[in-house]
Design a protein around this ligand. Structure first.
Ligand SMILES: [Zn+2]
Length: 81
């Protein structure tokens, strides 16, 4: 299910980027701006911990905990600062 970007766009903010990696919250390929931003979310450490646990258990296809509810709105407020 991992979809690598073929159009050179971030799957979260849809900006042109040539540098994407997978989000910790889900399987979106995001630009470095979006990834830096999600690290500031209060649930980020939860997503990180659960992902590391899954990997320890051999569940390499762990898809993340999903974007926290209201994430887009939260990100929007952060980005305009
Ligand atoms: Zn982005």
């Amino acid at each position: 299910m991992n979809q690598l970007p073929t159009d050179g766009k971030c799957q979260r903010c849809h900006k042109d980027t040539n540098c994407t990696s997978m989000s910790r919250f889900n399987t979106q390929m995001c630009c470095s701006d979006c990834l830096d931003l999600e690290k500031k979310h209060p649930k980020y450490h939860v997503a990180e911990t659960l992902e590391l646990d899954a990997i320890k258990q051999g569940r390499y296809n762990f898809k993340g905990i999903g974007l926290p509810s209201g994430y887009t709105k939260w990100a929007c407020v952060r980005q305009t600062r």
